[in-house]
Design a protein around this ligand. Structure first.
Ligand SMILES: C[S@@+](CC[C@H](N)C(=O)[O-])C[C@H]1O[C@@H](n2cnc3c(N)ncnc32)[C@H](O)[C@@H]1O
Length: 213
């Protein structure tokens, strides 16, 4: 059976009858605790020194929004772009459900979801972000068999990022204060461009470009 979106009492899910996938922010609650957030490499990578007011982030490759959720919980204002309509629907549903959850509702106030191509937005001249975050890779890093199985559904939808260089150059042209790129820890730099510095964990690495303003 081809995968399709189905609504049940828990919200929207993508299912092929055997496997199912939902946007799920509830399972991340432990990571969202303030003390834990400060240890998140992504949060460290996205920080801007001496910033006045909340830092504005564009998540140009939102997916199911887990990275954006971490940033939003750490106080960043996140605008998320997802061009695949099915993934966008799952993401919007996760945000909607979280807005009714006591522990998550204030966090998702920092998140805006847009169904569209971030490259077009970054090239439009309207982008006023402090940080642009890019994560165009497939989530192959997930370890457990169950997670792997459910992400197979997602991988059927995700278009391979054949335009990495265009995405990166659109991010540069939008003139943010910082660009943060998530890569597999031993993976090549996006577009072959060497960052100013990197923060590496066990499985992933954040490549950071910093621009003086
Ligand atoms: C690896 S996933 C991102 C995972 C995400 N960081 C998370 O925490 O769930 C990449 C996502 O970016 C989307 N994408 C890739 N290029 C895009 C673009 N130019 N505009 C909008 N979405 C894009 C893909 O459809 C895919 O859902």
């Amino acid at each position: 059976m081809a995968a399709e979106l189905v609504r049940d009492e828990f919200g929207l899910k993508l299912t092929d009858g055997e496997r199912e996938l939902r946007g799920d922010f509830g399972s991340m609650k432990k990571r969202l605790k303030q003390a834990n957030l400060e240890r998140e490499l992504l949060v460290k990578a996205a920080r801007i020194k001496n910033s006045e007011g909340p830092v504005r982030v564009i998540d140009a490759t939102a997916g199911l929004g887990e990275d954006s959720l971490l940033l939003a919980a750490a106080g960043f204002k996140v605008k998320m772009f997802e061009y695949d309509t099915t993934i966008f629907s799952l993401l919007s549903d996760a945000v909607e459900r979280a807005s009714e959850d006591e522990e998550l509702k204030d966090i998702v106030k920092n998140m805006e979801v847009i169904n569209g191509d971030s490259i077009e937005y970054l090239q439009s001249g309207e982008c006023e972000a402090d940080v642009i975050f890019l994560d165009p890779m497939f989530p192959e890093r997930q370890k457990s068999a169950a997670v792997k199985k459910k992400f197979q559904l997602l991988q059927q939808l995700e278009r391979p990022c054949g335009n990495e260089e265009e995405l990166l150059s659109a991010a540069f042209n939008a003139k943010p204060k910082k660009i943060v790129i998530k890569r597999p820890v031993k993976g090549p730099c996006l577009g072959g461009k060497k960052p100013d510095y990197s923060l590496s964990g066990k499985a992933v690495r954040y490549d950071c470009f910093v621009f003086a303003k």
